[in-house]
Design a binder for this molecule. Structure first.
Ligand code: PHE
Length: 453
């Protein structure tokens, strides 16, 4: 058994943990999903609700999961087994591992599109009169190309995870995250200095609450879960590689802060450019793949910036995928005694196969799109994971610490190694009452609302 710190790998430095954890949090969720959700849900009003969700639910839960990981020094299933032996609570950890499996399966499909677009944007943004919606739909409805890129993305992810926590994950994020931030700053500077950018900035900053419904609230909460990688044991797993001397409350603050700032900044890189060049913000999931290439096509040095953008998006996706595969891999290593290499390869390949229907949903399985019976498989995976599985995982984890394991123990664990800022009674109130009530209420109204449509 792998209890205590014996035999378990640990982050080599505190920065290693913060980079890996923010690498997990910052991903397609910030750059692909956040802007289109904002565009679909009325701009700044969505942002305000999102920020409230991050403070009331996101930060407390991120701390919560990290504490469980560090104190148990185990993967999500093992962590619940350690803290509540002989009880069925380990099922919450198992739910997390399953959710990671589902998310990575379709995440790799979108990440594959992003890799493909690093090259596609060069051709797309050169020709005049190219219909980008057509280009995108032709790309995703091709059978083999998207699968090839999805496979390449999974191979990269497996290669890093099989190399280990420090030599794989930590080394990779230490190189990629700084590159990511430099690229992001370059892209924002380009976008906000375009003539006409002001309109996009105004749209982004002026809230219109008349569009807010139950679906908006569920959208904001599910976005917070997805963007912060919450509710499925990423932070239990990454937290299990922490030393006792590491400060959880402060590091968690840094991670939540970075993730939120990057999501907001991604909006600043995208909306000004979209408005400056006369496009619509509410394009949905295609915003990044259809509207943006058109924007780049018209921008001075657009091909270059387009290439940078998709490179940035691919980096963000890779550092998030690492955490998804690590959760599943850590479970097999701890609970089943598998070797890291075998666990990461077997799971990586299986996840790739499970993701195939999401990719083929635009070609072979397109037969589901009959007029009255339209199912987008990838959207279905996304909805299942983000609107149901993640909030459910977060809700149960909060109930576990709030009512079973005990918030006093959690607060004591969090205060180890903490100098200055730490969590106190206010955090217990959030975990015991605020988090469960908000999540339960929003899941019910959001789901009823979606069904009513
Ligand atoms: N947080 C990642 C993103 O924003 C996605 C993710 C969700 C990663 C859940 C791990 C776990 O893209």
């Amino acid at each position: 058994m792998n209890t205590g710190t014996n035999g378990r790998e640990h982050w080599a430095t505190r920065t290693g943990f913060i980079l890996a954890a923010s690498g997990s949090a910052i991903g397609l969720g910030n750059i692909w999903r956040f802007p289109y959700m904002t565009g679909e849900h009325g701009g700044a009003a969505f942002i305000v609700i999102y920020l409230i969700a991050v403070c009331l639910i996101g930060y407390p839960l991120l701390v919560n999961e990290t504490i469980i990981g560090r104190v148990s020094q185990r993967n999500p299933v093992g962590a619940f087994k350690t803290l509540a032996p002989g009880s069925p609570w380990w099922l919450v950890g198992a739910l997390g591992v399953f959710t990671g499996f589902v998310i990575l399966s379709y995440y790799a499909v979108v990440a594959g599109w992003s890799l493909a677009y690093i090259f596609k944007v060069i051709t797309v943004s050169q020709g005049a009169g190219i219909d980008n919606a057509e280009v995108f739909s032709r790309h995703i409805s091709n059978i083999w190309q998207p699968i090839g890129w999805q496979a390449l993305f999974m191979i990269l992810t497996i290669a890093v995870i099989s190399a280990g926590v420090v030599k794989g994950i930590q080394r990779c994020v230490t190189i990629l995250m700084p590159i990511f931030f430099v690229l992001l700053v370059l892209l924002i500077l380009r976008a906000v200095t375009l003539p006409g950018a002001g309109e996009g900035i105004a749209y982004y900053l002026k809230p219109d609450f008349s569009e807010v419904t139950g679906r908006t609230l569920l959208g904001a909460v599910s976005q917070a879960f997805f963007s912060l990688s919450l509710g499925m044991g990423v932070f239990i797993t990454y937290g299990s590689y922490l030393h006792e001397k590491d400060e959880i409350p402060k590091s968690s603050g840094a991670i939540v802060g970075l993730d939120t700032v990057v999501a907001l900044l991604a909006g600043f890189a995208i909306f000004p450019a979209v408005f400056a060049l006369g496009f619509e913000p509410g394009a949905g999931p295609g915003l990044v793949f259809i509207t943006l290439p058109a924007v780049f096509a018209q921008m001075p040095f657009g091909t270059f910036f387009g290439l940078l953008f998709f490179f940035l998006l691919s980096i963000a996706a890779l550092t998030s995928a690492l955490s998804l595969l690590e959760v599943v891999t850590a479970w097999l290593i701890d609970e089943r005694g598998w070797h890291r290499k075998k666990a990461s390869v077997v799971m990586g390949v299986t996840i790739f196969l499970v993701g195939l229907p999401a990719s083929l949903g635009y070609s072979v399985f397109n037969c589901f799109s009959l007029p009255f019976f339209e199912i987008d498989l990838l959207d279905t995976y996304d909805l299942l994971a983000n609107s149901i599985l993640l909030p459910l995982g977060g809700l149960l984890t909060a109930i576990f610490v709030g009512y079973v394991w005990g918030t006093e123990k959690a607060i004591k664990e969090a205060s180890k190694g903490s100098t200055g800022f730490t969590i106190g009674k206010w955090w217990a109130v959030l975990i015991r009452y605020v988090v469960p009530i908000i999540i339960a209420a929003i899941m019910v109204t959001g789901i009823l609302d979606s069904l009513g449509r």
